[in-house]
Design a protein around this ligand. Structure first.
Ligand SMILES: Cc1ncc(COP(=O)(O)O)c(C=O)c1O
Length: 401
């Protein structure tokens, strides 16, 4: 008799789903230099910590580790906001967490749009039921001093609940100045939500001084950990807004009123924490503060300048205005005559090095080269430059003498 799935029994070896030991797949785990927009390579110390034995998610030793991790995250964000937690999911969950906890159906939200990720804020805020108004700049540009008047006009007229903006726009390589926006938003009772996915740990980010109300990031870029966590931090002002909600947060998993009860002294079960990822985050943070956060920012800047000099010497032109260029993400224009996909495939297959292609409007037009966290070092700068040069020559590009 042939078993159909509904007839199969747990003991039957003639189930159509039986996987014979000789067909169990194997995988050779290749080693790559990950110098795209992220994920970036994981620090070897973090990786080795991840092989430590698991702890229970309510084990007192693990709870102690959680508290120390939160404390370091506050230092990293340069704030003392009590509600600072790594969400158990990637950066997009951090984005969603900020919007769904602060926004209720019918609220007005302004999104400053100048790239791929601000567009995602629009989508998420719209799904949360907000009336979304976008303030646009062309891709690759940032909102400058002289845009603040126009932003103020919108704030005055619309009195939005929140304004969303991206600090380090990964699709364009541009760094958004943020130091005056929080104060401006607060004059009109608006909360400031900031995407720090590509900025945290790489460039100055002053959450409290810049009066940011909700900020989210990721683990796989500046923190030299694998993807899987999204540190978020909420100001007391944002907490007040959450406390005054009339409707329940639309997402059960991302509802901070429940998640915080696991991270604060209640220690109430919400979901099983990704324990090994918290080990990784703790070690990643420890490495940053052992080096010193300011030294870390300086290191990113120094290695960026070396990379920039080398990339320009082989004829590659930067996309972003030099005044706003991110050090941790170098976006360069693809030279005429070079085929984007063929070039990146050759880099991956022959040089074991991954760089990123363009997103959205910049698809096929730019390459994105990251120097993030432990990957920001002189040896990796040299390796990128020599691989890029050889690969360009092999594909027919004349290199300036
Ligand atoms: C600026 C920005 N925001 C959000 C995200 C989404 O993060 P994740 O892919 O970790 O979900 C990314 C990813 O690269 C990003 O660069």
């Amino acid at each position: 008799m042939t078993n159909t799935p509904s007839q199969s029994t747990s003991s039957s070896s003639d189930s159509p789903f039986t996987l014979s030991p000789s067909f169990v797949p194997q995988f050779h785990y290749p080693d790559r230099l990950l110098v795209g927009p992220g994920p970036s390579n994981v620090d070897p110390i973090v990786l080795s910590t991840m092989s430590r034995p698991l702890l229970g998610h309510l084990d007192p030793d693990f709870l102690h580790l959680m508290s120390m991790t939160q404390d370091m995250l506050r230092h990293l964000y340069r704030t003392d906001y009590p509600l600072t937690i790594p969400i158990s999911a990637t950066g997009m969950a951090g984005m969603e967490c900020c919007f769904v906890n602060l926004i209720e159906p019918g609220d007005t939200v302004i999104v400053c749009c100048n790239g791929f990720f601000s567009q995602r804020m629009v989508d998420i805020a719209t799904r949360a039921g907000a009336k979304v108004i976008t303030f646009q700049r062309p891709w690759g540009e940032v909102f400058e001093e002289n845009d603040l008047n126009a932003i103020e006009e919108i704030l005055k007229k619309e009195k939005p609940k929140a304004l969303g903006i991206v600090h380090a726009e990964t699709s364009t390589g541009a760094c958004q100045p943020l130091d005056r926006l929080g104060k401006l938003c607060h004059q009109y009772g608006t909360l400031l939500i900031v995407d720090a996915v590509t900025s945290l740990g790489c460039i100055p980010l002053e959450v409290k001084k810049w009066e940011i109300d909700a900020v989210y990031s990721c683990s796989q870029k500046g923190l030299s950990c694998p993807p899987g966590l999204s540190p978020v931090s909420f100001s007391p002002r944002a907490e007040e807004v959450m406390a005054g909600r009339k409707t329940k947060v639309q997402s059960w998993y991302l509802d901070l009123t429940m998640i915080r009860q696991y991270w604060n002294s209640d220690r109430a079960y919400h979901h099983t924490a990704p324990i090994t990822m918290i080990f990784a985050l703790f070690e990643g943070l420890r490495l940053i503060f052992t080096q010193g956060l300011e030294n870390r920012w300086e290191m990113h800047q120094k290695n960026h300048l070396a990379l920039k000099a080398g990339l320009e010497a082989i004829g590659l032109e930067y996309q972003a205005n030099p005044k706003y260029q991110l050090p941790q993400l170098n976006v360069v224009k693809i030279p005429i005559g070079i085929e984007d996909l063929k070039f990146r495939k050759t880099l991956l297959n022959e040089y074991r090095m991954e760089i990123g292609g363009g997103l959205g409007e910049f698809k096929g037009k730019v390459w994105r080269i990251g120097l993030m966290g432990c990957n920001s070092n002189p040896a990796i700068v040299s390796k990128i430059l020599s691989n890029m040069e050889q690969c360009l020559i092999s594909q027919g590009k004349a290199i300036p003498k």
